[in-house]
Ligand binder design. Structure first.
Ligand code: C2E
Ligand code: CA
Ligand code: CA
Ligand code: CA
Length: 275
């Protein structure tokens, strides 16, 4: 290859090679980490607006890397999707989250994030049913959270999976609502139980004019369509007051609790061992 101008140099850029190398190493570590049980679920409370009673927990995965320490999901979910390992990881997440939640009081639900790839490429329905049967968790206590990316392809088959889950009693939430380019059209394709209003709206509630109005509009939309609205990323009392006044149904954020490992939670029975 002829080094021609900037493009030529970019091709041989050593920092790019280092980056690819680093990514490859993480991928190798990821496979090993799955086998060695280095993943752990953290749980963050979801509270009811007004009463601030805890009504659920969202499971958030972490990777206890032997050298790098705790790694956040943003750094490995995409890789897990690319390599197809998200199926294995996702199955472990569902099994673990349901087993953990089965030790909690009956009125606390568990929300589990489902990756779009996991949704499209794996036998999600079977995996969910196995997790429910193995744990003994009633389906009514499980919620799955999907983002718009899941339905991007708009296939009848995907909508059908959601309907089957709903028939089973599992609730379906649309995560990060308001950030996609065609959010509203998704609402006509499937009757979600819940809309999770993206954190950016909560964050800008006091700073940007219009955010309050958008939240109010989403809340009203939710009411009309019979969907519970949840505000994510609530960090301050001021945000909480505005959100409650706007009529959101539930809230989640550091104000009510950070994601915490199972053994640090103040609910439930004896903590179940992670993988
Ligand atoms: P998400 O589903 O929107 O999860 C909420 C994220 O916001 C979490 O980050 C949570 O720790 C963070 N968060 C919660 N409250 C606050 C707050 O008050 N302030 C701020 N600044 N942040 C808050 P996390 O755990 O790093 O997860 C990031 C994303 O990774 C998640 O976004 C989700 O899309 C994905 N993810 C996490 N766990 C899983 C999982 O088990 N499976 C799959 N497929 N994806 C996951
Ligand atoms: Ca989520
Ligand atoms: Ca979200
Ligand atoms: Ca997100």
């Amino acid at each position: 290859i002829k080094g021609n101008g900037r493009n030529g140099f970019a091709f041989f850029d050593p920092s790019m090679a280092a980056e690819a190398d680093e990514r490859h190493r993480l991928e190798v570590d990821f496979r090993a980490g799955l086998a060695r049980g280095e993943f752990e679920l953290y749980y963050q409370p979801v509270v009811e607006a007004g009463t601030r009673r805890r009504v659920g927990m969202e499971a958030l995965v972490r990777w206890n890397h032997p050298d790098q320490g705790l790694i956040a999901p943003d750094r490995f979910i995409a890789m897990a999707e690319d390599t197809g390992l998200v199926g294995t990881l996702g199955e472990w997440i569902l099994q673990t989250a349901c087993a953990e939640a089965a030790t909690w009081p009956d009125d606390v639900k568990i929300a589990v994030n489902i990756s779009p790839v996991q949704f499209r490429k794996t036998n999600l329905l079977d995996v969910i049913m196995c997790a429910l049967v193995d744990s003994g968790l009633p389906p009514e206590r499980l919620e799955i959270e999907i983002t718009e990316r899941v339905l991007l392809e708009w296939e009848a088959e995907h909508v059908s999976i959601l309907h089957q889950l709903k028939n089973l009693g599992v609730a379906v939430a649309l995560d990060d609502f308001g950030t996609g380019y065609s959010s509203l059209s998704y609402l006509t394709a499937f009757p979600f139980d819940k809309l999770k209003i993206d954190r950016c709206f909560t964050r800008d509630l006091l700073a940007r004019d219009g955010c309050g109005a958008i939240v109010c509009a989403i809340v009203n939309l939710g009411r009309t369509l019979d969907m519970v609205t949840v505000a994510e990323g609530v960090e301050t009392e001021a945000q909480q007051r505005i959100l409650e006044a706007a009529g959101v149904g539930q809230m989640q954020g550091y104000l009510f609790g950070r994601p915490t490992p199972a053994d640090g939670l103040a609910i439930g029975g004896p903590a179940t061992a992670a993988a």
